[in-house]
Ligand binder design. Structure first.
Ligand SMILES: Nc1ncnc2c1ncn2[C@@H]1O[C@H](COP(=O)(O)OP(=O)(O)OP(=O)(O)O)[C@@H](O)[C@H]1O
Ligand SMILES: [Mg+2]
Length: 220
């Protein structure tokens, strides 16, 4: 469950991006966010993750108010956060190590880590890429790998910033299936209205500092 109440925020010296913004997403809920470049979509994720601090407002995750850095550290363990730019997410010398990093950090047994590497690479269509260098993957392959690293962590909540950018048809189909087959709590940012229609129940845009539900009948 994610709840934001009265979030107000603007970057230094710039007009407010959010003005008393409210948001509520129950457990296992799925929402999409679409909107023009620079309207604040990524910033909203950064606020939920605690990377950016709002001037005022309350953040509640799974029923707990999240305040200090310690609270946010715990929250981050529950959230699978996909960066808009895959290069911000990938840092290991091989695909295998990249996917293993999170599960190893959780001190999972080697056997379980191997299982998760196999499963997450297979489901996203990167089987056989284990020894490749992430740095030399194509843009779409990097996006798939970034998704695999998140899936391998088995998070309760997914915050996905443009998960389908650069994906081919089969990649897109895999992501739609993964999201629709899960009962996770999901917020997904995308410029692809059809993808959002296929994967989420409610779609918002950011309008005058607040989230506003889109009327799908009037949206082209
Ligand atoms: N660290 C920062 N310092 C100052 N301004 C910033 C910072 N990060 C983002 N901005 C500005 O805040 C606004 C919102 O940025 P944000 O990245 O949240 O937009 P977005 O909706 O995700 O856009 P896009 O569709 O291009 O990804 C933009 O005008 C951006 O230039
Ligand atoms: Mg963005």
């Amino acid at each position: 469950m994610i709840k934001l109440k009265g979030i107000t925020f603007g970057y230094d010296g710039k007009p407010l991006l959010f003005d008393s913004l409210d948001f509520f997403l129950p457990e296992a809920g799925r929402v999409g966010i679409i909107g023009p470049n620079g309207c604040g979509k990524t910033t909203l994720f950064n606020i939920i993750m605690g990377f950016v601090k709002p001037a005022s407002g309350i953040i509640e995750i799974s029923g707990r108010v999240i305040k200090g850095e310690r609270d946010f550290q715990k929250v981050r363990e529950k959230i699978g956060f996909l960066f808009q730019n895959s290069d911000d997410q990938l840092f290991c010398p091989s695909v295998r190590e990249e996917v293993a990093f999170g599960p190893l950090n959780y001190r999972l047994p080697r056997e379980e880590v191997e299982k998760r590497i196999k499963e997450s690479l297979e489901i996203i269509g990167l089987k056989g890429f284990e020894e490749r260098a992430p740095y030399h993957l194509s843009e779409g392959e990097k996006k798939k790998l970034a998704l695999a690293t998140i899936l391998a962590m088995k998070p309760k909540i997914l915050l996905l910033d443009e998960p389908t950018n650069g994906l081919d048809d089969s990649g897109l189909k895999s992501v739609v299936e993964i999201l629709n087959d899960s009962n996770l709590t999901i917020v997904v940012i995308s410029q692809d209205i059809n993808f959002l229609k296929d994967t989420t129940k409610v779609i918002y845009t950011i309008d005058r500092g607040k989230l506003k539900e889109i009327n799908l009948h009037s949206y082209q």
